[in-house]
Design a protein around this ligand. Structure first.
Ligand SMILES: C[S@@+](CC[C@H](N)C(=O)[O-])C[C@H]1O[C@@H](n2cnc3c(N)ncnc32)[C@H](O)[C@@H]1O
Ligand code: SF4
Length: 398
């Protein structure tokens, strides 16, 4: 175990409500009813969940906090402040801690940005989704592209760092239209405290309104062209992909999400949040009750919102480290993998598959890391599946 892994911690806090439910979204998010949730009840439940985890992770230092959702920019800034303060009292905050809030770009929410900064937020992640008004409407969004651009301007003036999300491969979107939109987006990301953007291909998930309406995802060829264009334009703008959907100027990567992808410990509180905490070489997975009303009820009755706690087997941990690590362009650092799993990459993957992937230029294993190449990344899931097929095969690959 690398020394600092059991001394640090990332914290995720989930707020599960939105003004309306977007037709493509399968996150744990629910439309606010007229009365809205009781912010006081949410705050005290979050604080109790925090206490519960703090008891089990005493002595660690927080390196990042992420308020995600849902739409956590609907939360009262005083609540955000109270949660950050409680986290500081439990664990202490690293000097360079990253504290991110996800925000939607309606004007009512960007008007609260200064209050969020004063509450302790130093990075904001804004859900822009599209820069074309008709497309925003088709995505069921509550804001216009003008509001989105204004929200970014305000964010750039207020926060140390900002990032935003776009969804591409949208119904009817061609390569030329996406090139224009992405170029505009990259200009909006170019300022000194920008330098980061998340670009997701639309997926149509079961249970969503898009799925019920039989909206089709982009066909494979178009999706591949849009993906390649995205890599090219982001690379030219100095913001290459550092993860499948995340692009950044070097040094502007999300530290919180990188904690997930590099197998660091994190606590997840709030409805449906999950966490991973390692002690004595064993990683425990936690999952909070997903339904917001039941989560509140569970905390009220038991003092915590955890629905499931499970120790991961060694093999499960190995697979998870490979699955998350290979999402990163830099790949899975071999020494880190050894420290976290107690085994070498060569003993954890199917060596025959690895040899084939290397000879076809889809993956590389050298002394430093195992990584998927630019050619392999568009078929990342297949590459990972092949590497994990019959793990532990002992034939020599290289
Ligand atoms: C937790 S969500 C939303 C954050 C915030 N509530 C918002 O909508 O702006 C994080 C991001 O996932 C992306 N996303 C959600 N559903 C998606 C889907 N079906 N396909 C592609 N991207 C999706 C969106 O870009 C979204 O901003
Ligand atoms: S995309 Fe964002 S605003 Fe829309 S329903 Fe999902 S979490 Fe809520």
């Amino acid at each position: 175990m690398a020394h600092d892994d059991t001394e640090t911690l990332a914290l995720y806090v989930h707020w599960p409500w939105c003004l309306s439910k977007c037709p493509y979204c399968d996150f744990n998010s629910h439309q606010l009813d007229d009365a809205g949730p009781d912010q006081g009840a949410y705050q005290s439940a979050i604080l109790r969940d925090l206490n519960h985890f703090a008891e089990k992770t005493k002595g660690r230092l927080l390196t990042s906090i992420f308020f995600g959702g849902g739409t956590p920019s609907l939360v009262d800034p005083d609540t955000i402040h109270t949660v950050i303060e409680a986290a500081e009292n439990h664990w202490g905050l690293a000097k360079d801690i990253e504290i991110t809030l996800e925000a939607n770009p309606t004007s009512a929410e960007s008007a609260k940005f200064r209050a969020f900064r004063n509450a302790g937020i130093n990075r904001v992640s804004i859900g822009i989704q599209a820069l074309i008004d008709e497309d925003l409407q088709a995505l069921g969004r509550e804001h216009t592209s003008g509001e989105a651009v204004r929200a970014l301007d305000i964010a750039a003036a207020i926060f140390n760092r900002y990032t935003f999300d776009l969804i591409y491969a949208r119904p009817g979107q061609g390569v030329g239209a996406w090139a224009d939109e992405l170029e505009q987006a990259l200009e909006l990301a170019a300022s000194e405290n920008g330098g980061h953007v998340s670009l997701y291909q639309l997926t149509v998930e079961p249970g969503t309104a898009f799925f019920r309406q039989n909206i089709a995802e982009a066909n494979e060829d178009l999706a591949a062209d849009l993906y390649q264009l995205t890599q090219d334009l982001c690379g030219e703008a100095g913001m290459p992909a550092y993860e499948v959907s995340n692009h950044a100027r070097p040094g502007c990567e999300s530290r919180h999400n990188t904690a997930y992808w590099t197998g660091r410990d994190y606590i997840g509180i709030g409805p449906g949040a999950h966490g991973r905490v390692t002690a004595g070489g064993v990683t425990t997975a936690t999952h909070q009750v997903a339904d917001p009303a039941r989560w509140l009820d569970a905390i009220h009755k038991t003092g915590h919102g955890t629905a499931k706690v499970r120790e991961l087997s060694r093999q499960e941990r190995i697979e998870e480290l490979i699955l998350t690590g290979l999402r990163l362009t830099a790949g899975l650092a071999r020494s880190r993998f050894r420290a976290l799993s107690g085994t070498d990459v060569m003993d954890a993957v199917n060596l025959q598959a690895l040899a084939e992937l290397q000879s076809t230029g889809l993956a590389v294993l050298d002394d430093a890391s195992l990584r998927v190449t630019d050619q392999g990344r568009p078929m990342l899931n297949t590459v990972i599946q092949r590497l994990l097929d019959e793990p532990g095969t002992t034939e020599r690959a290289i």
